[in-house]
Design a protein around this ligand. Structure first.
Ligand code: ACO
Length: 448
C-alpha cells in the first residue's frame, strides 16, 4: 500500500468550559498570567456525565456515521489515553460495543499509555499495521481521548479535555513520510501519576518545560540527520510549510518553534539569513543546560521567529488555545486546527509534527498533504469536524461551578455505586454520557 496515513478525522470535546481571564480573577493571580503568560483563552472540562470513554464513543460513532464507514470495515482499533479508568480493562474494549452491535468482533489493538504520547503510539501502530504483511485490507482506527485535570495550584489552568478519532488507510490525503521520523526517549520524573487513588498528576512544572525542549532538540537533530541521509541534502525549517506541536499551553509552543529557529542557526543551516545569525549567533556557545535557562536567548529567538510563527505555527493553535491541554489528543487537535484554518491551501504541503509525553517519550515526524477525493478529502475533513460551530455551541460555566465539579469528580474517581445527574442539557444530540456505576464498578453509558 502507498501513501498510508490519515483518511478521515473527527474531533469531540465537552461543551462545558471556562474562560481563562475569569479563572485568573477567581484564582487571585495577576491579570494576564493565564491569557498572556500561558497564552490560553479558554479551558474545556468534562462535567460529571462525561469521561474519556463517553468522549471516545461519541467521536468514533460520529466518524463512522459522517464518512459512512461500515463498522465491519474496521480491522484494527488503537486507543491512546493517560486517563486510567481501569488498570486492566482497556478503553478500547468499551468502544467495542459499537462494533459488536454490528457483528464485528475481529478488531486488533488495545490501549497505549505514556502521558501525552499514547495517541502517537496508537497512530504509529495503525500505520505500521497497514504497511505490514499482516494487514487484511481493512481500515485502522485511532482514538486519542483524555481529560486533563490538575489539583488546585499553578498547573490547574493547563487542564483541558477532548477526543480525536482518525481513520487510517492507504492513499490518504494526510500521508506519512514513513522513513522521516526521529524519537527521543529517556527516564525523567517531570510529570507522572504514581497515586492510583487520584486522577491528578504529580508535576515538576519547570522540569517538564526543560524536558520538552530537550526532547524537541534531540528529535529535530535526529530528523535532520535522517532526512539528509535519505535525500542527500540538508534539511532546515525552510523545507516545511507548517509545524504542529503537542500543546500543554500555547506559550510553550511559541518557545518551541523559536527553539527550532535557534537550532537551525546553531547547525549553520544554509537557509538561515544574516540577520538571524547576527541576533542568535552569540548564543550558540551556551552549553546545553545554560541555553535552556537563558532568558536573553528565549527573547531574541522568539523575536526572530515571529514572522514564521505567524505563518507556519499559528494556524495550528486555535483548538489548543480554546480547549487547553487534551493530553494524547492535543497534538491531533492542533493538527485539526490547521486543517480547519487552511483547508483549501494545504495541497502539496509538508507538516512537521512534534509529539511529547512526559516520563518521557517524544517523536518528530512529518506528513505530506494532498487534497484527496471525497469523502477522504481535506475539505470534507474540515466540513465534518465543523470546528467553528462546535466552539460556538459551548456553555461557559462559572468558576464556582467548575471547582464544585472538580470536587465531585475527585470523590467519584475510582468509586462505585453512584448514579450521575444524567443532565444532558448541555450535550448535543448523539453524544454519549455516563449514567451510573454499579456496585461492581461496572460503567453504563447512554446516547442522547
Ligand atoms: N501577565 C503576563 N505574563 C505573566 C503574568 C502576567 N500577569 N504572570 C506571569 N506571567 C508569565 C510568566 O512570566 C511566565 O512566562 P515565561 O514562561 O515566559 O517565563 C508564564 O506566565 C507562566 O508563569 P510562571 O510563574 O512560570 O507559572 P507557574 O510556575 O505558576 O506555572 C506551569 C506554569 C509550570 C506551566 C504550570 O502551569 C504547570 O506545571 N503546568 C503543567 C505542566 C505542563 O504542562 N508542562 C508542559 C510539558 S508536559 C505536559 O504536557 C503535561
Amino acid at each position: 500500500p502507498q501513501n498510508v496515513g490519515i483518511l478521515a478525522m473527527e474531533i469531540y470535546f465537552p461543551p462545558t468550559c471556562i474562560q481563562q481571564d475569569i479563572l485568573e480573577n477567581f484564582d487571585g493571580v495577576s491579570k494576564g498570567k493565564y491569557t498572556i503568560g500561558l497564552g490560553q483563552d479558554c479551558m474545556a472540562f468534562c462535567s460529571e456525565v462525561e469521561d474519556v470513554i463517553s468522549m471516545g464513543l461519541t467521536a468514533v460513532t460520529s466518524l463512522l456515521e459522517k464518512y459512512e464507514i461500515d463498522p465491519k470495515q474496521i480491522g484494527r482499533m488503537e486507543v491512546g489515553s493517560e486517563t486510567v479508568i481501569d488498570k486492566s480493562k482497556s478503553i478500547k474494549t468499551f468502544l467495542m460495543k459499537i462494533f459488536e452491535d454490528c457483528g464485528n468482533t475481529d478488531i486488533e489493538g488495545v490501549d497505549s499509555t505514556n502521558a501525552c504520547y499514547g495517541g502517537t503510539a496508537a497512530l504509529f501502530n495503525c500505520v505500521n499495521w497497514v504497511e505490514s504483511s499482516s494487514w487484511d485490507g481493512r481500515y485502522g482506527l485511532v482514538v486519542s481521548t483524555d481529560s486533563a485535570v490538575y489539583a488546585e495550584g499553578p498547573a490547574r489552568p493547563t487542564g483541558g479535555a477532548g477526543a480525536v478519532a482518525m481513520l487510517i488507510g492507504p492513499d490518504a490525503p494526510i500521508a506519512f513520510e514513513s522513513k522521516l521520523r526521529a524519537s527521543h526517549m529517556s527516564h525523567a520524573y517531570d510529570f507522572y501519576k504514581p497515586d492510583l487513588a487520584s486522577e491528578y498528576p504529580v508535576v515538576d512544572g519547570k522540569l517538564s518545560q526543560t524536558c520538552y525542549l530537550m526532547a524537541l532538540d534531540s528529535c529535530y537533530t535526529g530528523y535532520c540527520r535522517k532526512y539528509e541521509k535519505l535525500q542527500g541534502k540538508q534539511f532546515s525549517m525552510a523545507d516545511a510549510d507548517y509545524f504542529v506541536f503537542h500543546s500543554p499551553y500555547s506559550k510553550l509552543v511559541q518557545k518551541s518553534f523559536a527553539r527550532l529557529v535557534f537550532d537551525d542557526v546553531a547547525r549553520n543551516a544554509s537557509s538561515v539569513d544574516e540577520s538571524a545569525k547576527e541576533k542568535l549567533g552569540q548564543f550558540t556557545s551556551l552549553k546545553g543546560d545554560e541555553s535552556y535557562q537563558s532568558r536573553d536567548l528565549e527573547k531574541a529567538s522568539q523575536q526572530v521567529a515571529k514572522p514564521d510563527y505567524d505563518k507556519k505555527v499559528q494556524p495550528g493553535t486555535l483548538i489548543p488555545k480554546q480547549l487547553g491541554n487534551m493530553y494524547t489528543a492535543s497534538l491531533y487537535a492542533a493538527f485539526a486546527s490547521l486543517i480547519h484554518n487552511k483547508t483549501s491551501s494545504l495541497d502539496g504541503k509538508r507538516v512537521m509534527m512534534f509529539s511529547y509525553g512526559s516520563g518521557l517519550t517524544a517523536t518528530m515526524f512529518s506528513l505530506h498533504l494532498t487534497e484527496g477525493k471525497s469523502p477522504f478529502s481535506l475539505s470534507n475533513v474540515a466540513m465534518v469536524m465543523n470546528i467553528e460551530h462546535k466552539l460556538k455551541a459551548r456553555t461557559e460555566l462559572a468558576p464556582e461551578k467548575f471547582v464544585e465539579l472538580m470536587h465531585v469528580m475527585e470523590h467519584r474517581y475510582g468509586g462505585k455505586d453512584f448514579v450521575t445527574s444524567k443532565d444532558t442539557s448541555h450535550l448535543a444530540p448523539g453524544t454519549y454520557y455516563l449514567t451510573h456505576v454499579d456496585s461492581k464498578y461496572r460503567r453504563y453509558y447512554a446516547k442522547k
